[in-house]
Ligand binder design. Structure first.
Ligand code: ADP
Ligand code: ZN
Ligand code: ZN
Length: 730
């Protein structure tokens, strides 16, 4: 009797043996799901391996209840990747395998693939449309929308309407004004729009990768902002699809805007599946299945799309590969960028990592010859690189954080009919509300940090745990009514701009202003139409967008990042500055970038201004080597938290003791120490850092350590987790 080795959603770090179900309609193969009874519940398990024997006697094994899939959902190449991830990240298979499935396939109730609908306007509908809105403006709006779409419209395409269109659609159907058909969840491809002629650098990048399509090869596309990396992706995707293979493109969370997707749809006349967190479960399942069956020729998605099964994988592309959103920060903590390289290796296909500001890890891999570096050093088309300069804020007159010289510059660019983008990575009005009488500031009791003040929402809010409360009229400590907002947030700049530049359209883009569905898209459209001339925003505004009329970009406060203790802070700041700077002068009009700082002599800022990212990166890599930090060391962070601060310390002290015994001297153990943010959402956080110059030494220690930690009593009183290759110290 074959033994089924199953990944079962449970924190236990192992597979579980079961017998085949009594009635089994199909042959059993790895990658199928089974319904099993586990801990008196029915759960969905993934078949990882069919074995010949078990360590347990057969009569102790239970049969699975039911086979759920006639054929494997996960292809062998993907199963191998997941197996690799289990051992590399030291997470349980019950956490890792389900992560590869859409939510709809993880539950025991078995969600069916939704029957998607497509609507078309009928001849009667066109007549009604011509007759005007009458008493039904919403029905009219829907008809207008449908009349524009030759192929009809599927529900996803109506999301932009921002109101519940379903009742109106039902009425239109009842009146025979709209017809309904079943649809695939993939939008029908459009006739392709023309492609620009590639420049020499783009051409040579495309040729290098196309020459390597038949096997594994890792490339780093190191191209300055606006150099036409996306154009290179498009050509490679075309080449891969022409060979009957599929392309998988990963983009950062923020990058998956309708704008990006539209650009790919406009150029690639093949079905494209788009996977992002905003999809309903059914939609996600549909896109996932279309990719698995090979109907979708191209898959575009954020982090977790890396696990999309592909019928015929041909290439994996990771855009903005340095972006922190590729790292999953809770549960199964993986790096989609790193796993993309592993998956490409297992699938024998090329992988292309693209960025204007590559991660130091990726640059080190290129230096070591593991990745082939392809450089795009010039902006595509007629665009010129922006001039970057520092604005010394010391002793400058300031109006709400805007220095006189900056205001003068803004005036000049606005007069010349340019748009101005101001970047500040802090939302709200001010990060602190301070009592002028006693110096106290209201703090979030759960995180012990100052509340952020939002005037728009009239709330004090904690950006770490999302609790909020009304703005007090008096100091909670001394009763004084003199409470003053201290520091700058995007709301405050927005107000200052409206006051300084009356009559000029100002738009603020941050997580607050874009919360309502569709508002982000609306704001972007108003920027493109030129309605807004002054743009203030956080990194939501800074990354990936193409604003042809922005000629001045100002980074209002670079200094915050220069004071941080995190060894990656410098790299992040450099990447952010250059990404923001990259929004300037992307078309014919030259761009100018200024960075306001109180530290104009700081080496990092000067490297960036005078030598660009390559100069910064070279210096930063040297410093990392000196300091024995990644990429010249390999790290794992053991975190623990509990409401009682003693418990995580006790657990990590035990962990430390166990690790010391296992250590052959090659792993450095640092801690237990309080996390940089010691308390969050009412829980005290402590951590233990393990670091080694040899990856194998670190992993060998972890292999021995984790089973021991699983057995610790002190571990049951805390929430603990292991983060391999952590990217932030929190
Ligand atoms: P990146 O992804 O490197 O930031 P994009 O691919 O978005 O750059 O290209 C920037 C702009 O240059 C886009 O408007 C794009 O259409 C245009 N572009 C790209 N390649 C070329 C080319 N070879 N000739 C003319 N324009 C190009
Ligand atoms: Zn006070
Ligand atoms: Zn809080």
């Amino acid at each position: 009797m074959p033994i089924l080795r199953l990944a079962i959603p449970s924190p236990l770090r192992r597979l579980f043996d079961y017998l085949p179900p009594a009635e089994c309609p199909a042959p059993l193969r790895a990658g199928q799901r089974l319904l099993v009874e586990f801990a008196r519940r029915q759960v969905v398990a993934v078949l990882v391996e069919v074995a010949q024997s078990s360590e347990l006697p057969t009569d102790k094994l239970k049969p699975a209840l039911r086979l759920l899939d006639p054929e494997p959902l996960l292809p062998p190449e993907l199963l191998r990747l997941l197996g690799w991830a289990v051992s590399y990240y030291h997470h349980g298979p019950g956490e890792v395998y389900p992560a590869a499935l859409p939510l709809a396939l993880r539950g025991s109730d078995g969600v069916a693939e939704p029957r998607l609908k497509r609507w078309r306007i009928t001849a009667a509908g066109r007549e009604r449309l011509a007759a005007g809105p009458g008493r039904s403006p919403r029905g009219h709006e829907l008809l207008e929308r449908l009349a524009q779409a030759h192929e009809g419209v599927i529900p996803q395409q109506l999301k932009e309407l921002n109101w519940d269109w379903r009742p109106a659609m039902r009425r239109l159907r009842e009146q025979g004004l709209v017809s309904e058909q079943r649809a695939s969840c993939l939008e029908p491809p459009q006739p392709p729009s023309p492609a620009p002629q590639l420049n020499d650098e783009q051409q040579s990048a495309v040729e290098s990768v196309t020459a390597a399509l038949d096997g594994y090869h890792a490339f780093l596309l190191d191209g300055v902002t606006g150099s036409g990396k996306t154009e290179v992706y498009l050509r490679l995707i075309e080449a891969v699809v022409a060979r009957g293979r599929q392309a998988l493109l990963l983009v950062p969370e923020i990058g998956l805007t309708p704008q990006t997707v539209a650009r790919f749809r406009a150029r690639i006349p093949h079905p494209i599946a788009v996977l992002h967190s905003g999809l309903a479960d059914g939609e996600r399942l549909c896109a996932w299945q279309a990719a698995r069956r090979g109907e979708a020729r191209v898959v575009i998605g954020t982090r977790s799309a890396l696990f999309t099964p592909l019928a015929a994988p041909g290439i994996i592309i990771v855009d903005e590969e340095h972006d922190a959103s590729f790292k999953q920060q809770d549960g199964f903590r993986y790096s989609a960028r790193d796993l993309a390289v592993v998956r490409a290796h297992h699938a024998s296909i090329p992988v292309l990592l693209g960025s204007a500001t590559p991660a130091l890890e990726s640059l080190a891999n290129a230096r070591a010859g593991r990745y082939t570096r392809l450089a795009l050093t010039r902006r595509a088309g007629d665009a010129k690189p922006p001039r970057i300069g520092l604005l010394d804020m010391r002793r400058a007159r300031l109006d709400e954080g805007l220095s006189e010289p900056l205001l003068a510059l803004m005036e000049r660019h606005l007069k010349a009919d340019g748009q101005v983008l101001l970047f500040l990575n802090r939302r709200g009005y001010a990060p602190t509300l301070l009592c002028h009488a006693c110096g106290e500031a209201p703090k979030c009791p759960r995180c012990e940090v100052n509340y952020n003040l939002s005037l728009v929402h009239r709330r004090l809010r904690c950006h770490h745990c999302d609790t909020e409360r009304p703005v007090p009229h008096q100091c909670p400590s001394c009763g004084s009514p003199e409470l003053v907002p201290v520091g700058l947030g995007t709301e405050r700049i927005e107000q200052a701009l409206a006051r300084r530049f009356p009559g000029i359209g100002v738009v603020r883009i941050d997580r607050d202003s874009t919360r309502r569905k569709g508002s982000f898209e609306q704001a972007l459209a108003a920027i493109h139409s030129g309605e807004h001339k002054l743009l203030i925003g956080t990194q939501m505004l800074a990354k990936g967008h193409h604003f042809p009329n922005v000629t001045l970009v100002a980074i209002l406060d670079a200094d915050q990042g220069l004071y941080s203790l995190d060894f990656r802070a410098g790299e992040r700041l450099a990447q952010l500055i250059l990404q923001v700077a990259g929004r300037a002068g992307r078309a014919e009009r030259p761009g100018e970038v200024v960075i306001q700082t109180h530290l104009p002599d700081h080496p990092l800022l000067n490297q960036l201004v005078h030598q660009g990212y390559p100069g910064f990166a070279a210096a930063a890599l040297d410093a990392r080597k000196q300091g024995r930090l990644p990429p010249y060391a390999h790290m794992a962070l053991l975190r623990a938290e509990a409401q009682n601060g003693e418990l995580p310390r006790a657990f990590l002290s035990e962990a430390y003791g166990l690790a010391r015994v296992l250590n052959t001297g090659e792993v450095e153990l640092l801690g237990p120490v309080a996390a940089p943010m010691e308390k969050r959402a009412g829980r005290y956080r402590v951590q233990l850092l393990l670091s080694s110059q040899r990856r194998e030494a670190l992993h060998k220690l972890l292999d021995g350590l984790l089973p021991k930690l699983d057995g610790l009593k002190s571990g049951r009183k805390v929430r603990w987790s292991l983060d391999v290759d952590p990217v932030d110290g929190y």
